[in-house]
Every structure is written in structure tokens, then in C-alpha cells.
Design a protein around this ligand. Structure first.
Ligand SMILES: NC(=O)c1ccc[n+]([C@@H]2O[C@H](COP(=O)([O-])OP(=O)(O)OC[C@H]3O[C@@H](n4cnc5c(N)ncnc54)[C@H](OP(=O)(O)O)[C@@H]3O)[C@@H](O)[C@H]2O)c1
Length: 352
């Protein structure tokens, strides 16, 4: 590889920003030259992330999020900031001809009205919605290659969509009555201080939250409807796990009557993902665990049929920060910049 491509990161002090820094420390094609924070501007990256000490990146001085400054130094920027804030920065950077990978939800939903209904924020840059490509590598690789604005998928939707795609495309399941029962580690809630994510509130307990109104619902419905070629409604239910990283989704579906055996469905899943480096369809009788994908791009999928209830149950596991956010964003950036898809992302899970 020749000279590294200069990239910027807006929102370096959050969990997804932190994860992008971790991944960029060993990337051969990108050099992080701008990292922004409104509160920590002026400090060095090594001051806020002591784990970087001894690396060149520790010396990078944080700046305030200024589109002119970012555009003067970078070819591509990652936006690791909350929804609402991301859309304005994306518009500023696109106006300066920068490529953008937005980790927020601001460009994931095609329909402005749906976005405004679920996120309770006005979409101020509707024109950019038609430019944005949904950055799920396995489904949209060709489009991502030519994109200048990528809407990086949400963490829960990544696990649910990858789990359902082969069953829907092959017509194994009914399109109604799908229930996704998902659990996430607490880094999914971001790094800002909040009572609900304090140690004593999340450790040694387990709870459901946001039932019937989680904002990832329309994103999941949009993408699985596209795959199925029909308008699908999903019951999407979320839970908070007392772990740092990881998402496990258990997805309950109804098998079409008189249809395929478990072996055939398993073979179809394996075939669907046979050329994908990061989706592992586990052998029958083996089900995914969050720790087997921790810190990686992997999505592990296990399937089982239950003849008694007529169901196909799909279990998928990802790391919310890597596969569900920053690693996926980096994979998209690799494709957008003509670099090998897996550059910087050939990672083994941290075990035990
Ligand atoms: N956490 C996950 O597992 C996950 C997964 C997928 C997608 N996402 C999405 O990725 C984005 C970042 O998530 P996160 O969990 O990393 O959040 P976070 O931990 O709360 O960090 C947010 C970052 O954005 C900066 N920021 C906040 N408001 C800003 C504004 N108005 N303008 C500019 N910068 C601002 C913050 O730094 P300063 O306040 O210092 O500027 C901080 O660096 C969110 O849109 C989130 O929905 C998160």
C-alpha cells in the first residue's frame, strides 16, 4: 500500500469513537489526522486514552468539530456522534466534497417522515437521504464501493437482519409474526453519564427496556421488507445485559407449512454466507455466544427448527461496538476508498 489516506473522526470521546481509534492503530491504509471533541479539544489522544501510550496516535491533539478544518486535512470522515448532530456535520462535509461514514441513525431510514416519527427530530437534510447507502456489507457491497455517504447500520439491526436474510430470501418462513428478542451490553447506550447505566444499576441484574418503541424497529422493518419484497412488521424487544460488549438476538419465526427440513435450511444459510468473511453459520446443535465474537467483525448465526411449535428459531451474536458500529464503518470506508475490505479488521476474539 502507498501513502496512507488521511481520515477524520468526529466524536472521538464516545465508545464508538474509542473503538475506531483502537481499530485505526493497526490500519495500513488510513491515518487518523483529525479527532474531535467539544469538551476535550486541546488535549492529546494519549491523555484521554492512556491505553494508547507509546503509539504515534497518542500525540494527536483533539480539535473542536470544525468542518473547514476537517475538510482541509482529510479525504473521509467518520461521524461517531448522536443522531441529530450527525446530519448537520454530514451536510457540511459533503458540501466540501468529503466522503462520510455516519455511525448515527440520521441517514438509515429512506423516509423522512418515518425518521421524524421515531426519532422525534426534524430531518434537516432530506436531499442527502437519496445519496446515502445503507452500509450492511453482506447485502450492499457493490453500492458501498461507489458511495460518498454511508449510513452505517445500527447494532441491533445488524444482528437481526443478518439472521433473517437467508430465511426470507429463500421463503422458508411466514412474513408475519416475526419476533426479535435482543440483548445488548451496556456500551450500546454510549459513554455519557446516565443513572440507568451506572455499575450498580446494571450489574447482577437483567431487564427489558423500550419495549414496542425501540428506534431500531423501523430500520429493521425497512431492510427486511426490502429482502422479502413485502411490507413486514416485526416485534422487536430489547434487554440490557450486565456485560460491556455484545449483542445476542434470538429471532422467533413461523415456518411455512410443509416446507423444508432443518438440514436443508441450515445448508441454505451456509450457502448464502459462503463467500462472506465475517458471517459464520455454526454447525447444527451449536448456538452463538457473545464472547466468541468479542472485539471482532464476526456475526455468528445458529439455527434450529422446532416441529412442535412450527418455528424456525435463529440466534445471532455480534460485538455491538465493532461489528455493530466502528468495525462495520471501517469496512465501508475500506470499500469506498478502494482498499481491501478486511484491512485492519482481521481480528480474533479476546478469550476467555
Ligand atoms: N454504542 C454503540 O454500541 C453504538 C452502535 C451503533 C451505532 N451507534 C451510534 O454511534 C453514535 C455514537 O455513539 P456512542 O455510543 O459512541 O456515543 P457516546 O459514547 O455518547 O459519544 C458521543 C460522542 O459525540 C460527541 N458529541 C456529542 N454531541 C455532539 C454534538 N452535538 N456535536 C459534535 N459532537 C458531539 C461526544 O463528544 P463531545 O461531547 O466531547 O463533543 C462524544 O465523543 C450514535 O449516533 C449512536 O447511536 C452506537
Amino acid at each position: 500500500m502507498g501513502a496512507k489516506i488521511p481520515v477524520g473522526l468526529v466524536g472521538v470521546t464516545g465508545y464508538t469513537g474509542m473503538e475506531l481509534v483502537r481499530l485505526l492503530t493497526r490500519h495500513e491504509g488510513f491515518e487518523l489526522v483529525r479527532a474531535t471533541s467539544r469538551t476535550d479539544a486541546g488535549k492529546k489522544l494519549g491523555d484521554i486514552y492512556p491505553w494508547l501510550q507509546g503509539r504515534t496516535l497518542a500525540e494527536l491533539v483533539l480539535t473542536k468539530p470544525d468542518p473547514d478544518d476537517i475538510a482541509s486535512a482529510c479525504r473521509l470522515a467518520f461521524l461517531a456522534v448522536p443522531h441529530g448532530a450527525a446530519m448537520d456535520m454530514a451536510a457540511e462535509l459533503r458540501a466540501r466534497d468529503l466522503s462520510v461514514v455516519d455511525l448515527s441513525a440520521d441517514f438509515r431510514l429512506n423516509d423522512r417522515a418515518v425518521y421524524e416519527k421515531w426519532y422525534k427530530v426534524e430531518h434537516r437534510h432530506e436531499k442527502l437521504l437519496s445519496q446515502a447507502v445503507y452500509g450492511l456489507i453482506e447485502l450492499n457491497r457493490e453500492k458501498i464501493v461507489g458511495a460518498r455517504l454511508v449510513a452505517n447500520p445500527g447494532c441491533y439491526p445488524t444482528s437481526v437482519i443478518l439472521g433473517l436474510a437467508p430465511a426470507l430470501e429463500n421463503g422458508f418462513i411466514e412474513t408475519d409474526g416475526i419476533v426479535a428478542d435482543s440483548k445488548s451490553g451496556t456500551s450500546g447506550a454510549g459513554r455519557k453519564a446516565a443513572v440507568g447505566t451506572l455499575f450498580c444499576e446494571v450489574s447482577d441484574t437483567f431487564r427489558a427496556y423500550n419495549l414496542t418503541k425501540h428506534r431500531h424497529t423501523p430500520e429493521i422493518e425497512q431492510e427486511i421488507s426490502r429482502i422479502a419484497g413485502a411490507d413486514l412488521v416485526v416485534s422487536f424487544n430489547t434487554h440490557l445485559l450486565p456485560i460491556n460488549r455484545g449483542i445476542l438476538s434470538t429471532i422467533y419465526t413461523k415456518l411455512r407449512p410443509g416446507r423444508t427440513s432443518q438440514d436443508e435450511i441450515h445448508a441454505a444459510y451456509a450457502k448464502y454466507y459462503q463467500d462472506e468473511p465475517w458471517v459464520r453459520v455454526l454447525p447444527l446443535e451449536t448456538l452463538p455466544e457473545t464472547r466468541h465474537v468479542r472485539g471482532t467483525m464476526l456475526c455468528d448465526i445458529g439455527i434450529i427448527t422446532d416441529p412442535r411449535t412450527g418455528r424456525l428459531i435463529i440466534v445471532s451474536a455480534i460485538d455491538n461496538l465493532c461489528r455493530g458500529a466502528s468495525g462495520q464503518a471501517l469496512a465501508c470506508a475500506n470499500l469506498m476508498c478502494g482498499l481491501p475490505l478486511a484491512e485492519g479488521l482481521d481480528l480474533a476474539p479476546l478469550m476467555p
